[in-house]
Every structure is written in C-alpha cells, then in structure tokens.
Ligand binder design. Structure first.
Ligand code: C6P
Length: 439
C-alpha cells in the first residue's frame, strides 16, 4: 500500500580508543562541542538557507534522510573532479588513489563503530540492503524449516520483509515481540519468545515511527545466553546515538549513509568476523572472487566476499566525510541537544488541542509522531509545507506500528542536531494554524 493510500566542523571525538585493535586512532578533533553551537553548525549545510514558498525551510524530515554538510558535498565533488577511477582493479595512479581512499573509509567506519577490524565492515547500498544480505546469506545457509526468527512489532518494513522472504524460502517462522501502549517492547514477552528454536534476533535500535530507543544491550545479552546471534537495525540510531559494537556485543548492525549526513546509495553492514567468515556470498561477480574457472569459483576474503561488482565508490568517500563530520560534532553532544529539542516539541505539542502523540516511551529520541484529531496527517503535512516545514506524513514504512495504535498514518517531525528551538516553535505555531483551519 502506498503512503498516500494509507494515507567538518566543531565537536568532540566520539569515544575512547580502549579495546580498539587494528583500526587506528579517531579523526582529530577541531572544536569543542559542548554546548552544541547549532548556529555555527547550520552554516555547514547550504540547503538550510533555502526558502520554500517564501518561508525559511524548517527541515524536520531527518528520519527519512538528513541534509548534507559542505564537507560531504565537497568530498564527493573532489573525488569526481580529481580522483575518479575504479578500485582494486587498475595499476594506474588514479585507480590506486581511489582504492586507497575507499579502503580508508572502511577503516574510518570500523573506528566509528568501534569494530575490532575493518574486515567486519561490509559496504552495502544501505540498511535495507544490509539486512537482506544477512537474510539471504546467513539465513539461507543456517536456517531450516521450523527455526524461528524473532523481531519486534515496531520494525521498519526493511526488518520484516527480508525475514518473511527467508521464511518462504526455508520454512522458518517469524515471531514478533508485542508493544505496550507507550510503544515500548514488552520485555517479558521478549524473554518468553526466545526459545530453543530461535536462530536469529533482529531488532530496531531506535524506532523511526515512534522514537522508542530499545534496550538492545540487554536484549543481546538475553539472546546470547542461548547463543542466538542478534542483528541491530541501526538506521535511526547511527545519526543520533553513539554506537559501539563491541560494547553492545551485537553480531550484525546495519545503517545507511544518507541518514548519517552522507550520500544515498551507500550503507554498512557490520558483522562479527567469525560469522562473516562462515557466511556464503549471496551475490556473485567481480571483486568478490579469489579464482574463477568455468566449473567453480572461490571467494575473496571478507569483506570483499560480500561486495560483488563495482562498489559505490564516490558515495563511500562521501560517507567517510560524513563520519568525520559527525565524529567531530560528537554524538554524545548531538544526542543531548536532540533530547532538548524533542522534550520542547513534546511540551509544545501537548498544549495544542487535539494533538495525540503516538509513541510515549520513557527512552525516546529524535522522533515526534502524532495525529491531530479530525485532520488527516497528509492534510497536516500539506499545510505545514506551506509554512516551509518539511515533515513526513504516512505510515513511515512501519504499518504494523500504525495498526498497533489504530491509526492509518501519523505526522512525523524528526530532528537532527542542526535543528533549533525556534524551528520547534515554528512547527507548533503552524499546527495551531492547522487546528484553526479545521475548526
Ligand atoms: N526509514 C523513514 O522515513 P534505507 O531505506 O535502506 O536507507 O533504510 C531503511 C530503514 C530501516 N530501518 C529503519 C529503522 C528505518 O528508519 C529505515 C528508513 C526512512 O523512516 C525511510 S522509509
């Protein structure tokens, strides 16, 4: 069903280098970021100066995709202007330069996630692609009929449908942990649903539709007691929360470059080395082989084994610039500022007649989903757009969440560190206007 039908600069380094192995030091820090100098940071994002229908753009659709800092735009442009070549193939200077640049991003990504090694970082097209990779590689190799995969009732379709496809292919069974009325996981149900047949757990870290932050470290601990690997959908957490795969002890983690202020078309699958080693490739082609005869082929070492064909080179370069940028702003500072914005927006919206917030979890970040009594979310979104405010209205690719709350759609304001309290006030004023228009 379409949504319509359902109608570099500033900050502290992210984390200590304790327990890092062969991935080197983090990018150098340039400016202090506490408190976040939002006014200064906004200057880095050219699009934020745009006017929409004569009004200053208020961009509150960051969960869908984030805006790009000049550093990212320049890195991609510089690559195409000065270094463009295919990688891992050429003997010429440009190919060598491009290969080095691409491989450096893998190291940078490993540091960003505190992975043990760059070998644990597979470049993909995005979160969706990463999850599908695990389903079609790990899932098809190791799951059989009657095995169970445990997800939750607040997953994005990207963390539901790949498992449903896998279940059709293998006879495995998909189970989901229910939600309570605040949009939190029923934790005792999680423990209850884990059993001797469970072969994989896949859980969203930060819900795109509700803003709920799941206690993933706790969930991973429970699953690991039974030796069950856990995949974390980090699409929404990567831009908002510090991530440390060693501390979380997750087995897989997926995120998208474009939600982390980087380009579209590139994402990451972190995978525990011992698992990636055992997993077969699920796409064949150039780049992922060791030797090929007309009869059979053998695979390149990880992570190349999972990167068939010419990869998204320029996009990966852009992702590297985005990781530098975000690391310099500092995710702890980002999370703290966005919490202030979310609390302020929640406070203002709660004062508006007829607003019902969907998702009131204790632990929440960056996302404010709501409905306005008697007004379809698309109408709300359209009127907000006339005021220059970009929000998303729809089911947010989380139809089971909408069904749980008995709504076809919500309006979703989603924040990034460059948003301001003034923008939150513009949103609230505009909602009051919507209220007046609809009586
Ligand atoms: N959510 C949103 O507006 P891709 O499309 O592969 O970059 O990310 C998919 C995805 C997976 N998990 C979560 C929790 C997500 O939020 C998303 C993307 C966007 O909410 C686009 S639907």
């Amino acid at each position: 069903m379409s949504e319509k039908a359902g109608k570099r600069e500033s900050g502290t380094a992210v984390r200590s280098s304790a327990s890092r192995t062969d991935v080197g030091p983090v990018a150098p820090t340039r400016l202090a970021a506490s408190p976040l100098d939002t006014g200064r940071l906004r200057v880095d994002f050219p699009i934020l100066d745009r006017r929409i229908r004569g009004k200053r753009l208020v961009y509150l659709d960051n969960a869908a995709t984030t805006q790009k800092p000049r550093a990212v735009i320049d890195a991609v442009s510089h690559f195409y202007t000065h270094e463009n070549a295919n990688i891992h193939r050429g003997v010429h200077h440009l190919s060598d330069r491009a290969t080095v640049a691409y491989d450096e991003v893998r190291q940078k990504t490993a540091r960003f996630l505190n992975a043990r090694s760059p070998r644990e970082v597979v470049f993909t097209r995005g979160t969706t692609d990463s999850i599908n990779l695990v389903a079609q590689s790990y899932g098809r190799a190791f799951l059989t009929a009657g095995d169970e995969i445990l997800i939750t009732g607040m997953e994005h379709h990207s963390n539901i449908v790949p498992w449903q496809l896998l279940c059709e292919q293998t006879g495995a069974v998909l189970r989901a942990v229910p939600l309570n009325s605040a949009g939190e996981l029923e934790l005792e149900q999680f423990a209850h649903l884990l059993n001797e047949r469970t072969r994989l757990v896949a859980v969203v870290h930060l819900s795109n539709a509700l803003g709920t932050i799941n206690p993933v470290k706790h969930l991973i601990g429970l699953a690991h007691v039974r030796n069950i690997p856990v995949l974390i959908d980090g699409a929404q957490s990567a831009p908002h929360l510090p991530l440390d795969v060693q501390e979380l002890d997750c087995d897989f983690l997926a995120f998208s470059g474009h939600k982390l202020f980087g380009p579209t078309g590139v994402g990451v699958l972190y995978g525990r080395e011992s698992l990636l080693e055992r997993m077969p490739p699920c796409q064949g082609g150039g780049g992922m082989i060791e030797t090929v005869t007309l009869e059979r082929s053998s695979w390149a070492p990880i992570p190349a084994k999972f990167e068939a064909g010419t990869p998204m080179i320029a996009q990966a370069i852009g992702l590297g610039a985005a990781i530098d940028y975000v690391s310099q702003v500092g995710l702890p500072a980002i999370a703290a500022w966005e919490k202030i914005l979310l609390d302020y927006a929640t406070h203002l919206c709660n004062r508006i007649d007829g607003v019902r917030i969907i998702g009131t979890a204790q632990d929440k970040a960056a996302v404010l989903s709501f409905v306005l009594d008697g007004v379809h979310p698309h109408d709300v979104g359209t009127i907000l757009d006339y005021d220059g405010i970009a929000v998303r209205a729809g089911h947010h690719c989380a139809q089971p969440v909408m069904r749980h709350f008995g709504v076809p759609a919500t309006v979703r304001a989603s924040f990034a560190f460059y948003n301001t309290k003034e923008e939150v006030e513009v949103l609230a004023d505009s909602l009051v206007r919507v209220r007046r228009i609809f009586g």
